[in-house]
Design a binder for this molecule. Structure first.
Ligand code: ADP
Ligand code: MG
Length: 307
């Protein structure tokens, strides 16, 4: 199967949708953003054995490669519209490509994102790089740098599940619903868009709540106080690990793709998922963690492991 055949069979879905002037097949894609909107460009690369275990199903790899990008677009409050795919793999395995493209295109279809181009090549291990273009009303994107002292810090959904799930994929003994938080993350695309004009700053949680909130705070030049007891932890995570472990996962586990944002006003009710206030933005820098008002001590501050 040559490159042309791979593209035709698995990736070219014909009929460009609105805003796509030239899709797959020419040297480059041409897209027309809506009047009055700016483009938001994001890219994320997944390397086999680095960002996902070699045993992860090809459909999940495809789904995840898109979802992690949709999550970045969501954190900007933007509407994802187009994507390109750079795919490197050792051999062109038909079954693998079939499942991979199904997962990839399913994640894209959920948010009406069109695959408009890409590159297909060989490499010693699987490397999937997806780029997404989204649009947002000019000047209205939510950035990381707008948090101000007094703002409340919110987190969507639950955190720690994906890291616990990855642990389960690698070592077993963890409920399926946690594993699927890793393999099939839900990007909070619509909710992110609803935060435009409300959130003062936002970031999606890919490296872990503590690390990512830290980036938002640093970009805004402020600090935070957060209450560890208030972290949104799912029932599945509660039932699978002791409290200290749950909190480790919730605070330091990556790959949840929830949104963490700050706001001076009441955010919209997301309805279908949890929304939790976990703390407050303060002057200064860094994150002060407390449990029931008491400062938290970590075993090793580098890893935030609870005693
Ligand atoms: P070029 O050599 O000009 O870069 P290619 O032969 O690599 O073009 O690709 C032909 C067309 O197929 C281009 O429009 C390109 O964007 C698209 N394409 C290549 N690989 C993929 C892929 N994995 N998914 C979607 N489109 C792809
Ligand atoms: Mg060319």
């Amino acid at each position: 199967m040559d490159e042309f055949e791979i593209i035709r069979r698995y990736f070219d879905r014909g009929i460009p949708t609105e805003g796509t002037v030239v899709g797959i097949g020419d040297d480059g894609a041409i897209v027309s953003p809506s009047p009055g909107k700016q483009l938001v460009a994001v890219v994320d690369t997944l390397v086999e054995d680095v960002h996902f275990p070699a045993g992860l199903g090809p459909d999940d790899i495809g789904y995840r490669a898109v979802a992690v990008n949709l999550s970045d677009v969501a954190a900007m409050g933007a509407d994802p519209r187009w994507m390109t795919l750079s795919l490197a793999m050792p051999v062109a395995n038909e079954r693998w490509l079939q499942y991979f493209s199904e997962g990839l295109l399913a994640a894209a279809a959920e948010h009406a994102v069109q695959l408009v181009g890409g590159d297909t090549t060989s490499a010693p291990q699987i490397v999937v790089s997806v780029q997404v273009l989204g649009e947002v009303e000019t000047g209205r994107a939510i950035l990381r740098n707008g948090a101000r002292p007094g703002d409340t810090i919110f987190v969507t959904g639950t955190v720690g599940d994906a890291a616990a799930g990855l642990h389960g994929l690698e070592h077993g003994g963890v409920p399926k619903e946690l594993a699927s938080r890793f393999s099939r993350p839900s990007a909070r695309v619509r909710y992110g868009q609803s935060l435009v004009g409300i959130a003062t700053a936002a970031i999606d949680i890919s490296d872990g709540l503590y690390a990512d909130l830290g980036k938002l705070l640093a970009a805004s030049g402020v600090g935070a106080e957060i209450d560890i007891g208030s972290l949104p932890i799912s029932t599945a995570l509660r039932e699978s690990f002791p409290v200290a472990e749950q909190r480790n996962f919730a605070l330091t586990g990556g790959d949840d793709y929830e949104l963490c944002f700050t706001s001076a006003s009441d955010p919209p009710d997301p309805g279908f998922m949890a929304l939790t206030a976990i703390g407050t933005v303060v002057e200064g820098k860094g994150i002060n963690c407390t449990i029931d008002g008491e400062p938290v001590e970590f075993d090793d501050p580098g890893y935030l492991h609870f005693k």
